[in-house]
Design a protein around this ligand. Structure first.
Ligand SMILES: NCCC[C@H](NC(=O)CCC(=O)O)C(=O)O
Ligand SMILES: NC(=O)OP(=O)(O)O
Length: 332
């Protein structure tokens, strides 16, 4: 694997999940793979889980880890071509990425969207330039439009909390009986947030649905449809109650509007997930990528209940990262 940017970089979902769960069983089995290899984790935005879980995964594989917080510790980066750098930016991404490539065998990059210009964000120009100029395999630590390590983790967590068997002859996960109903629901927020997490979750779940692993439903208020390419094959409804009926997993996330790009066009607090709403579900497990704002996005009564698996979900970030890094190291 030369790049981990989207679900399209995964050949088999079943095998990827199996690889992650194998590392979870035996975290240090591959510690020789990363010996004398260095990963650099480059952050243009804050992070708790991605930073710590990817470091932990790399350390489990015997790698050396360097973390660079660009906004607080690096030079201000210029990302546009052809500009006279007589303003506030001190270093061009061409040199910065290339230099980091000199120090590292694998690089990770986190860069959120500007949420001003959809075409610019969805072109993923920054991630593309970084990957090109560093010349090393790059792992997305959340880009403008996707958060694949999160979505991979989410799939692992769903598989762990439902009845699946791994058929080692066909190398495929097989749900034992009915497939789980997985619902992605929008929830309110006070800030305009990226679409990266819901886009990515939808992209992974649509692929999982196509492979017979889940049934996938998305619900959001009018005006919050995700860009169509991310929800191909999903059932999409603006009726949250209808969506939640018989759900086995409820994945909660706020995002800003894609149609009215980057804007907050709904502040309806009734979209917050409460225990009341979970009554209609199949005793659903509740998921969120975190950080989550209590009693705005999800009610505390839900987060503090048996429904919530958000902490186990975050714990699985290590195994998703470890599965991805294992693949990259094997190819080096
Ligand atoms: N990496 C996980 C999510 C990151 C980001 N959340 C946030 O920015 C929350 C900020 C706040 O609640 O103030 C998002 O939704 O894409
Ligand atoms: N879920 C997630 O990516 O968390 P951080 O932003 O804290 O890394």
């Amino acid at each position: 694997m030369k790049q981990f940017f989207s679900v399209n970089d995964i050949t088999s979902l079943s095998q990827a999940v199996q690889s992650a769960l194998t590392s979870k069983q035996s975290p240090f089995a591959d510690e020789a793979l990363g010996k004398h290899k260095t990963i650099g984790l480059v952050f243009l935005n804050p992070s708790l889980r991605t930073r710590m879980s990817t470091q932990k995964a790399a350390m489990n594989l015997g790698m050396n880890v360097m973390v660079m917080n660009m906004t607080s510790d690096g030079w201000a980066l210029e990302t546009k071509d052809g500009v006279v750098m007589d303003g506030n930016t001190a270093e061009h991404i061409k040199e910065a990425a290339a230099v980091m490539g000199e120090y590292c065998d694998i690089l990770g990059l986190r860069s959120f969207p500007g949420l001003k210009d959809a075409d610019e964000d969805y072109s993923e120009e920054l991630f593309g330039k970084f990957a090109k100029y560093c010349g090393k395999p790059v792992v997305s630590l959340e880009s403008a439009t996707r958060h694949p390590l999160q979505s991979f983790t989410d799939l692992i967590t769903i598989v762990e909390h439902f009845d699946y068997q791994y058929d080692s002859v066909q190398e495929k996960l097989v749900p034992q009986g009915k497939k789980p109903k997985v619902v992605l629901t929008w929830a309110p927020h006070v800030k305009a947030l990226p679409q990266a997490v819901p886009n990515s979750f939808a992209e992974w779940m649509c692929r999982a649905q196509a492979e017979g692993l889940v049934d996938f439903v998305v619900t959001h208020p009018e005006g919050y449809a995700l860009k169509e390419e991310f929800t191909t094959g999903a059932t999409v409804t603006t009726n949250q109650d209808e969506a939640l009926a018989d759900a086995d997993f409820v994945y909660v996330k706020n995002w800003s509007s894609y149609e009215d790009y980057g804007q907050i066009t709904c502040t309806d607090k009734s979209w917050m997930l409460t225990l009341d709403k979970l009554e209609a579900t199949n005793n659903a497990k509740v998921m969120h990528c975190l950080p989550v704002r209590r009693d705005l996005v999800i009610a505390s009564e839900v987060l503090d209940s048996e429904h919530s698996i958000v902490v186990q979900e975050a714990g699985n970030r290590v195994w998703a990262a470890q599965a991805v890094l294992k693949e990259m190291l094997k190819n080096q």
